[in-house]
Design a protein. Sequence first.
Length: 137
Amino acid sequence: MRKNVSKDKPKGKDFGKLKKMRKSKRIEETKKFNTATENKRQNSEARKERREKKAVEEKALNVKIVGFRKGMLLVDVEGEIEKRAFIFSRKKVRKDNLSRKIGDFEIKLYGTNVKIETLDGYEEIREQLIWEFEEIL
């Protein structure tokens, strides 16, 4: 008789079934661990994107609309007056819905498109923009 043979460990087919169960449990645990780490990675990337977007939005809040000249919007960006072109769909904007859609016009600031209604000085220049765009459209 052998020395190190366990009396309570199953033998033969029963041992094979036990091994398969242990292996399936181990695989299931690694899957759970992998999905958890993947979710953590995705969440951290989403948090990073939200942080960057919020930083750009905060910078854009400091931008002030100065005026409008020759189809370009004059904005005060960090003490310098710059001209920015409008970004909007000419198919969606018509004379009859211009007063509703004027706030959705965008300009490029800090590498992203920012709606002009979020900028300082929009309320003062809104009527002038509507009048100017009625002539253009």
